[in-house]
Ligand binder design. Structure first.
Ligand SMILES: Cc1c2[nH]c(c1CCC(=O)O)Cc1[nH]c(c(CCC(=O)O)c1C)Cc1[nH]c(c(CCC(=O)O)c1C)Cc1[nH]c(c(C)c1CCC(=O)O)C2
Length: 345
């Protein structure tokens, strides 16, 4: 292989051990960066930022310029799918996302929706990014997992424990499964189009997997993600896929095999001894507590070293256990990258 086209994240997704491990951070483009806040102010609403290729490309590239991460993640949001199917998604300052909540009698109509052309600007962003990024930088596309998307569709906003979606699923199991299958089909189409536009790999975010019981985890987290992965692979057999089921704990033991993901993302509550077991079956990604990046100092150094020591001799993509938060000091990210790459923090 020509060294200039070598993408370390892809090597790890193929099961290789890369030392030092490649690194990127979930939500690496975001409010902790002054240059993001500047572009965000110019773009208008948050969705305008997502749907304007010029701005979305700019904010995707900002953390790459600053830190030289091994992967760039398309700047967008998991809620663009609900937006594309007409659920009136709004991001209001300080209150998190808002959508039209979905009642059970809307299931038939919602499961007949199509993506249409609304997400075309996202594919254009992906094309421009692949052309502008350094060849050695992996470009990641993404979508939300059907369960996590459904939690927002049903409640109409974020909730601490997703009680509205859990209740809906117990009351209307057949309608709920139909809804998840439909979201999975739209998500597969969305990911295939991202891959065709230049994404080298994709990540599926199941941020709310941790609130599901064992039976529901299989039904609502594993199966719909497997459905997406099967459809993407049926269309693009060499697609590389990372699945992140936050809070899944012990259920991660079979998650990779049951979903067929190339890598599984780990949140910071996953013990490193268990993470090592999971790594025997393939690549893992994670799992530094984002609060260690806010704290800095010894908390940051010890957290990094523990992960490198436990997981550095196997296929690892270094990342946080969830998105970086707005309070993080950009200098701590500089220290983090340096330490992972073998320098002193
Ligand atoms: C659940 C979820 C969402 N969005 C996402 C998830 C899954 C991952 C996770 O659990 O964090 C995924 C997401 N959201 C965003 C990205 C961009 C790529 C990246 O840098 O990782 C990605 C991959 C940008 C964003 N998406 C959002 C922001 C902040 C909005 C702003 O700039 O004002 C960013 C940078 C808005 C958003 N979008 C969402 C919420 C709950 C919020 C509000 C929370 C907040 O205000 O921090 C839904």
């Amino acid at each position: 292989m020509v060294s200039g086209t070598h993408r370390k994240v892809i090597d790890v997704l193929e099961g290789k051990t890369v030392s030092p491990p490649p690194i990127w951070l979930m939500r690496q483009a975001g409010r902790y960066l002054p240059e993001y806040r500047e572009t965000r102010a110019k773009a208008g609403s948050f969705l305008d930022l997502c749907y304007t290729p010029e701005f979305a490309v700019e904010v995707t590239l900002q953390p790459i310029r600053r830190y030289g991460f091994d992967a760039a993640i398309l700047f967008s949001d998991i809620l663009v799918i609900p937006d594309a199917i007409g659920r009136n998604v709004r991001f209001e300052e300080g209150s998190g996302p808002q959508l039209d909540p979905m009642a059970v009698d809307e299931i038939e109509a919602v499961t007949r929706t199509e993506l249409g052309t609304k997400l075309d600007p996202v594919y254009e962003t992906v094309r421009r990014l692949r052309a502008e990024l350094p060849t050695e930088t992996t470009l990641l596309g993404f979508c939300g997992a059907p369960w996590t998307i459904a939690t927002y569709l049903i409640a109409g906003h974020g909730t601490p424990d997703q009680a509205p979606a859990r209740l809906f699923a117990y009351r209307h199991p057949a309608a709920f499964s139909k809804l998840l299958d439909h979201i999975a089909d739209l998500s597969a189409e969305y990911l295939i189009r991202q891959i065709d536009s230049g994404a080298d790999a994709v990540q599926i975010f199941d941020s709310w997997a941790g609130v599901l019981g064992e039976v529901e985890f299989d039904r609502y987290a594993v199966r719909p993600v497997r459905r997406i992965i099967d459809k993407v692979r049926a269309a693009r057999s060499d697609a590389k896929i990372i699945a992140f089921a936050k809070g899944a704990g012990y259920l991660l033991k079979s998650y990779r095999q049951d979903t067929r993901a190339d890598a599984i993302g780990l949140d910071w509550s996953v013990p490193l001894s268990f993470a090592r077991e999971l790594q025997k079956d393939g690549a893992v990604q994670g799992n530094l507590d984002p609060m260690r990046v806010v704290a800095g100092g010894l908390a940051l150094e010890e957290g990094i070293d523990a992960i490198l020591q436990a997981l550095g001799s196997g296929p690892l993509i270094f990342n946080l256990g969830h998105g970086i938060t707005p309070q993080a000091d950009p200098e701590n990210v500089t220290r983090l990258v340096k330490r992972v790459r073998g320098g002193v923090a």
